[in-house]
Design a protein around this ligand. Structure first.
Ligand SMILES: Cc1cc2nc3c(=O)[nH]c(=O)nc-3n(C[C@H](O)[C@H](O)[C@H](O)COP(=O)(O)O)c2cc1C
Length: 148
């Protein structure tokens, strides 16, 4: 079983609802979970698996609550060779910058040496009225990756 830190980036609350739902499902499967909605890089345990659930705002920007975390990664340029992570992005495909925040944080973590577990999920809220449904389907496959 794994210990997973769910890290949210959200302006309107949608990503937080997805995180709550995914955490409940992971806990039911026997994993340990912790949700942080105001992520501070220095306070995150890098021995846990980070599951980042982040929407996109502005024109491809991170939500406000996620900016300090993203800036810390940019400023500190930490080595994250031991870190394992996954990303769920929320966005709207009517924007050219569809799910840019999720894509950008994935690229940043990879560039810092972290290892990605499973494919990134991009949830298109214009096509998926209940984002938790898409996350639930993704989670079935991700649990196999966790249990490998
Ligand atoms: C002002 C505004 C700007 C947005 N910009 C983007 C964008 O650039 N790219 C994208 O994929 N989605 C964009 N979206 C869609 C949001 O990512 C989507 O509504 C998401 O579900 C919001 O998640 P949240 O409730 O966690 O903040 C934008 C939404 C708003 C209201």
């Amino acid at each position: 079983m794994s210990t997973i830190t769910l890290i949210t980036g959200s302006t309107l609350g949608g990503a937080e609802y997805v995180a709550d739902h995914v955490a409940d499902l992971l806990t039911a499967q026997g994993h340990q979970t912790d949700i942080t909605n105001q992520p501070q890089f220095d306070q995150l345990n890098q021995d846990t698996i980070w599951l980042i659930i982040c929407s996109t705002h502005g024109a491809g920007d991170y939500p406000d609550n996620f900016i300090a975390f993203a800036n810390a990664l940019a400023d500190q340029n930490p080595t994250l060779n031991q870190l394992k992570f996954a990303v769920i992005g929320l966005g709207d495909s009517n924007y050219d910058t569809f799910c840019a925040a999720g894509k950008n944080i994935q690229a940043r973590l990879l560039s810092l040496g972290a290892t990605q577990l499973g494919e990134r999920l991009d949830i298109d809220v214009s096509m998926t009225p209940v984002p938790e449904d898409a996350a639930e389907i993704w989670l079935e496959e991700w649990q196999n990756v966790l249990n490998d």
